[in-house]
Ligand binder design. Structure first.
Ligand code: G6P
Ligand code: BGC
Ligand code: BGC
Length: 913
C-alpha cells in the first residue's frame, strides 16, 4: 500500500507526521475506514495532476467542452510588476475571505523597497446580502467604500479603484468582466452573466458620495501573485487557499487561443475549484464529500474546491465527527445540536483542534476522543493539502511545457486563511509538490497583505492604460465625423459645385471635359492610350471591336526626379515610353489615335486641349502649369523625329474611369478616383455649365474636388495633423480635401498621430522610434493591411516591427485604431462628396428617386478592406433618394481614354460625311 498518509511511509520517504514516541493508539475498523477514505495515494495524486494538466491544455486551446473542468480564464494582466507603478489606489476585495469585504488604500511609491503600509478596513457582509439581490450586494460594497473614505483625507479628487473579485469571470479587458457562476456560499441574484465592473460602477454612482473610477477587476490569485515581494524575484504563480481555492500563473500568450496574441506572457486564472474529472476524482471523493456537496448552495459544482477550500474543511470534519459519533466511535455515541448542524465547525476550529501544541499535557479522560478528533482534522486537512499540491504540480508541469523547460525554478505567491491559520497545510503541500514535481525548484512566498498591493499594481497598470486610452480617444475624436458634420460637408460641396459651374469663386473648379456622352457600344477601332497621374504610368493599346475591348498595356515608372524635373524632360520620358511600347507591340510607325489620361486639373478648351492649372500628387515638373499639355506632348513627339502619333483626346482619370465603366453599364454617369489623389466627375446638364455654350444635353464635369476646402471651408474639420501634413507637402494650402482622403497622405497623417501619441507616452512606452521620423515611411498600404479583419494582431505587429518599431500588443491595437480612425474619416468624407453629386444629378432631373452607377478606380478604394463599404454606407445615409451602385473599373481609365478617343473619331467621321 503506497499511501502518502498519516500511517504508512513511502519507500525512502521521511515520516511526515508522527514520531515513535507519540504513536496514536490503534483505531477500530469503522474509525479506520473513516480516516482511510481521506488517504490519497501517490498514483491517485499523479492521476489528478495528469488529468488536471490535460484539462488545462484543452481549455487553453479552446478545445474544452461546454462545461470545461477548468476554465483557464485570461486576466488581461500581461506582465509581472516592474515596480515603477506609483500613486494612491483604492482596492475593494470581495469574495476572497468568505462573507466579508475589505477596502484598502494602497500607496505605491514606485521605488523598490520603499513601501507605505496600506490602510484597510474589513466589513462583514450580512448573510441575507450574500444570498440576496445582486444590487443589494453592490450597494453594500459602495456603502462600505464610502464609509471607509469618510475616514480618509481624500477631498473630492478622482479615485482609481481596483476591484478584487474572487469568483470565476470571463474577462474581456482589464475593466470588463462577466461573472460565470457564484462560488463559496455566495448566491446573489441578477449577477451571473453580468459585467461586475459595471454593477459596481452603477452602485457607486447610486451612492454618489465619491468620484471613484473602477479601472481594473482582478481575481484574488492575480492580486496575490502581483503583490509578491520583488526581492524574491517575480512570482509567476499565485495560489489561494482561503474559503475557496484557485491558482493563476503566467502562461505564454501564444498558447491562449482566446487571445489574439503571439508574444509575451499573460496571466491565466485556472479556476481549478471546478476540476471534476470523474476518472481522477471519483476514487478520492468520500461519502462525506458527496453529503457536503448535496448540502451546499451549488451541488455538483466546485467539487475540487469542496475538498480543499477553508469554507468546507470545517464541514467535512463535522460530517466525519457526526458520523463517528452516530456510530458510537466518538463522544460515547452522543451527538449535540451543534455537531449536527451544518456549518457549525469552521476552519479556525479545525486548525485549533489539529494543533498538536493544544494537546500537550492534556490528560482529560476522553483523550482518545480528542485524539480521534485531531486525527479526523489531520486526515481532512492533509488530504486538502495533498490535493492542492497535485493541482499545483499540474500548473508547474504546464509551466515546464509552455516554457519548454525540464528544470523549472519558480516562485509561488501564496495567500489565504488556510495557509495562515492551518499549522501544517503549507508543509504538507510543499513536500507533496516536491514528490510530484521533483524537477521543479519551487519557492513559496506568503503574500504580505492578502494581495491588496498586487491589486493596486494591476490597477496602476490599468490606470495607465486607461489614461492612454483616454488620450488616444481624445486624439482620434476629431476624426469621428457625425451625420451633421457630413451633411454640412455635403451641403458645402453642393454650394461650391453650383458656384464653380457658374464660374464664381469656388474651391471646386468644375471643369468642362468636352465629353458629352458615355459610350453607346458602337465605338470601333484600335487606339493608343496613356495613363499618367496614378501610382503607375501606363501605355496601352486598346482594340474596340464588336466583341468587346482588348487591352494590352505596359507599366513604366516616372522617377521622382522626372516628375519634379523639367516639363520637357517629363514629356520626353513619356514619348520614350510610348516608343518602347510601340516597339514591343510591333506598332512602330503606326499612327494610332491616342487618348491621353492626364490626371491633373486641366482647363479644357476642347477634347484635345487641356491647360494644366496646377500639379498635384507630388508632381511638380517645371514649365507645364498654364500650358496646354497636349501641345507639350506633341512637341515632345516632334522632338523625337520619326514618330507619328495622333493625340485626339485628353481626359482626366475620373472621366476615363466613368467612360470605361459606362461601356459596360450605361447608367454610369459619375467617375470617382480614390488613389494617390482623389477626384470625381459626373454628367451635368449643359444648361448649368455657364462656361460652355448650349443648354441641352449633358457635359461631363471634372470637379477637381481634391481642392475642395482650399478656401478654408473645411477648417472646422481639419486637425493639427492635417495641418502638419499640408505644411510638409510640396503644395501647402492646396488640395485640402485630397489631403484628408487620398492614399498619398493617409499614411503621413497616421505617422504624425503616432509621433504625437509616442510623445504623450501612450505608445511605444514613450520612446520615439527613429524610423517614424522619416517622411512617407508609413505607407498608406499599411493601413489597408493593418485594418484587414483577417489579420491577427500578431501580423499587425509584424508589419510595424518590419518598420523597426519595438511594440507591445497594446501598441499594435492602438496603431490599428489610429489607422481605422484616419481611413474611416477619409471614406466618410468621400461618401459625403459622392452624396452631393448624385443628389445634384437627381435634382437636375427633377427625379423622386435616381438610380445611377459610379465608376471607381484607385488603389486605396480597391485595396482597403473597409473603404468602399464605408463610402456606400455614407452615401445611403446622406442621399437616401439615390440608389447608387459602385462599379470598380477593371481596366483603369486607359480604356476610358481610348473610348473617348473612339467617340471623338466617330463624331469626326460623321462630321466629315
Ligand atoms: C487607375 C487609373 C488611373 C488612375 C489611378 C488612380 O490606375 O487607370 O488613371 O489615375 O487608377 O489610382 P492610383 O491608386 O493609382 O493613384
Ligand atoms: C473562485 C476563484 C477564487 C478562489 C479563491 C474560487 O471559488 O472561483 O475565482 O480565486 O475561490 O478565492
Ligand atoms: C488630380 C485629379 C485626379 C485625381 C485622381 C488629383 O490630384 O488633381 O485631376 O483626377 O488626383 O488621380
Amino acid at each position: 500500500m503506497d499511501t502518502i498518509g498519516a500511517t504508512c511511509l513511502l519507500p525512502g520517504e521521511r515520516a511526515l507526521a508522527c514520531p515513535q514516541e507519540n504513536r496514536p493508539p490503534l483505531l477500530d475498523s469503522s474509525e479506520l475506514e473513516c480516516l482511510k477514505q481521506f488517504e490519497v495515494t501517490r498514483s491517485q495524486l499523479q492521476q489528478i495532476q495528469v488529468s488536471l494538466l490535460g484539462c488545462m491544455e484543452r481549455a487553453l486551446k479552446g478545445k474544452a467542452d461546454s462545461a470545461p473542468a477548468v476554465r483557464m480564464l485570461p486576466t488581461y494582466v500581461g506582465s509581472v510588476p516592474h515596480g515603477t507603478e506609483k500613486g494612491d489606489f483604492l482596492v475593494l476585495e470581495l469574495g476572497a475571505t468568505g462573507a466579508s469585504l475589505r477596502v484598502l488604500w494602497v500607496t505605491l511609491t514606485g521605488t523598490e523597497g520603499y513601501k507605505v503600509e496600506p490602510r484597510s478596513q474589513e466589513f462583514v457582509i450580512p448573510q441575507d446580502v450574500v444570498v440576496g439581490a445582486g444590487q443589494q450586494l453592490f450597494d453594500f460594497a459602495a456603502h462600505c467604500l464610502s464609509e471607509f473614505l469618510d475616514a480618509q483625507p481624500v477631498g473630492n479628487q478622482p479615485l482609481q479603484l481596483g476591484f478584487s473579485f474572487s469568483f470565476p469571470c470571463h474577462q474581456t479587458s482589464l475593466d470588463r468582466s462577466t461573472l460565470i457562476s457564484w462560488t463559496k456560499g455566495f448566491k446573489c441574484s441578477g449577477v451571473e452573466g453580468q459585467d461586475v465592473v459595471q454593477l459596481l460602477r452603477d452602485a457607486i454612482q447610486r451612492k454618489g458620495t465619491y468620484n471613484i473610477d473602477v479601472v481594473a477587476v482582478v481575481n484574488d490569485t492575480v492580486g496575490t501573485m502581483m503583490g509578491c515581494e520583488l526581492g524574491a524575484g517575480p512570482c509567476e504563480v499565485g495560489l489561494i487557499v482561503d474559503t475557496g481555492t484557485n491558482a493563476c500563473y503566467m502562461e505564454e500568450a501564444r498558447h491562449v487561443a482566446a487571445l489574439d496574441e503571439d508574444r509575451g506572457r499573460t496571466c491565466v486564472s485556472v479556476e481549478w475549484g471546478s476540476f471534476s474529472d470523474d476518472g481522477a476524482l471519483a476514487p478520492v471523493l468520500t461519502t462525506f464529500d458527496h453529503v457536503l456537496d448535496q448540502g451546499s448552495l451549488n451541488p455538483g459544482a466546485q467539487r475540487f474546491e469542496k475538498m480543499i477550500g477553508g469554507l468546507y474543511l470545517g464541514e467535512l470534519v463535522r460530517l466525519v465527527l457526526a458520523h463517528l459519533a452516530q456510530h458510537g466511535a466518538l463522544f460515547g455515541g452522543h451527538t449535540s445540536p451543534a455537531l449536527l448542524s451544518p456549518g457549525s465547525l469552521l476552519l479556525e476550529h479545525v486548525a485549533e483542534m489539529e494543533d498538536p501544541q493544544l494537546r500537550q499535557g492534556d490528560t482529560c479522560p476522553d483523550a482518545s476522543d480528542a485524539e480521534l478528533v485531531q486525527r479526523v482534522c489531520a486526515a481532512v486537512c492533509s488530504r486538502a493539502a495533498r490535493l492542492c499540491a497535485a493541482a499545483l504540480a499540474a500548473v508547474l508541469a504546464r509551466l515546464q511545457h509552455s516554457r519548454e523547460q525540464r528544470a523549472l525554478q519558480v516562485a509561488v505567491a501564496t495567500g489565504g486563511q488556510v495557509f495562515e491559520r492551518h499549522p501544517r497545510f503549507h508543509n504538507i503541500l510543499k513536500e507533496t509538490v516536491m514528490h510530484l514535481a521533483p524537477e521543479c525548484e519551487v519557492s513559496f512566498i506568503p503574500s504580505v497583505d492578502g494581495g491588496g498591493r498586487g491589486v493596486a499594481m494591476v490597477t496602476a497598470v490599468a490606470a495607465r492604460l486607461a489614461a492612454h486610452r483616454q488620450l488616444l480617444e481624445e486624439t482620434l475624436a476629431p476624426f469621428q465625423l457625425n451625420h451633421e458634420q457630413l451633411g454640412a460637408v455635403q451641403a458645402q460641396m453642393r454650394e461650391a459645385m453650383v458656384r464653380g459651374l457658374r464660374g464664381e469663386a469656388s474651391s471646386l473648379r468644375m471643369l468642362p471635359t468636352y465629353v458629352r456622352a458615355t459610350p453607346d457600344g458602337s465605338e470601333r477601332g484600335d487606339f493608343l492610350a496613356l495613363d499618367l497621374g496614378g501610382t503607375n504610368f501606363r501605355v496601352l493599346v486598346v482594340h474596340v471591336t464588336e466583341g468587346g475591348v482588348q487591352i494590352t498595356n505596359q507599366v513604366y515608372s516616372i522617377p521622382e526626379g522626372v516628375a519634379q524635373g523639367s516639363g520637357q524632360q517629363l514629356f520626353d520620358h513619356i514619348v520614350d515610353c510610348i516608343v518602347d511600347f510601340q516597339q514591343r507591340q510591333g506598332l512602330s510607325g503606326q499612327s494610332l489615335p491616342l487618348g491621353f489620361t492626364f490626371s491633373f486639373p486641366c482647363k479644357q478648351l476642347g477634347l484635345d486641349q487641356g491647360i494644366l492649372l496646377n500639379w498635384t500628387k507630388g508632381f511638380n515638373a517645371s514649365d507645364c502649369e498654364g500650358q496646354d499639355v497636349v501641345c507639350l506632348l506633341r512637341e515632345a513627339i516632334r522632338r523625337r523625329q520619326a514618330v507619328e502619333l495622333n493625340v485626339v483626346a485628353i481626359v482626366n482619370d475620373t472621366v476615363g474611369t466613368m467612360m470605361s465603366c459606362g461601356y459596360e453599364d450605361p447608367r454610369c454617369e459619375m467617375g470617382l478616383i480614390v488613389g494617390t489623389g482623389t477626384n470625381a466627375c459626373y454628367m451635368e446638364e449643359l444648361r448649368n455649365v455657364t462656361s460652355v455654350a448650349g443648354d441641352s444635353g449633358h457635359m461631363c464635369i471634372n470637379m477637381e474636388w481634391g481642392a475642395f476646402g482650399d478656401d478654408g471651408s473645411l477648417g472646422l474639420l481639419s486637425t493639427c495633423f492635417d495641418a502638419i501634413v499640408d505644411q510638409a507637402s510640396i503644395n501647402p494650402g492646396k488640395q485640402r480635401f485630397e489631403k484628408m482622403i487620398s492614399g498619398m497622405y493617409l499614411g503621413e497623417i497616421v505617422r504624425h498621430i503616432l509621433l504625437h501619441l509616442t510623445s504623450c507616452g501612450v505608445l511605444f512606452r514613450g520612446r520615439q522610434a527613429q524610423c517614424l521620423q522619416t517622411k512617407d515611411i508609413f505607407k498608406t498600404k499599411f493601413l489597408s493591411e493593418i485594418e484587414s479583419d483577417s489579420l491577427a494582431l500578431r501580423q499587425v505587429r509584424a508589419i510595424l516591427e518590419d518598420l523597426g518599431l519595438l511594440l507591445t500588443s497594446d501598441d499594435a491595437l492602438m496603431v490599428r485604431e489610429v489607422c481605422q480612425a484616419v481611413s474611416r474619416r477619409a471614406a466618410r468624407l468621400c461618401g459625403a462628396g459622392v452624396a452631393a453629386v448624385v443628389e445634384k444629378i437627381r435634382e437636375n432631373r427633377g427625379l423622386e428617386v435616381l438610380t445611377v452607377s459610379v465608376g471607381v478606380d484607385g488603389t486605396l478604394y480597391k485595396m482597403h478592406p473597409h473603404f468602399s463599404s464605408l463610402v456606400a454606407t455614407t452615401v445611403r445615409e446622406l442621399a437616401p433618394r439615390c440608389a447608387v451602385s459602385f462599379l470598380q473599373s477593371e481596366d483603369g481609365s486607359g480604356k476610358g481614354a481610348a473610348l473617348v478617343t473612339a467617340v471623338a473619331c466617330r463624331l469626326a467621321q460623321t462630321a466629315q460625311v
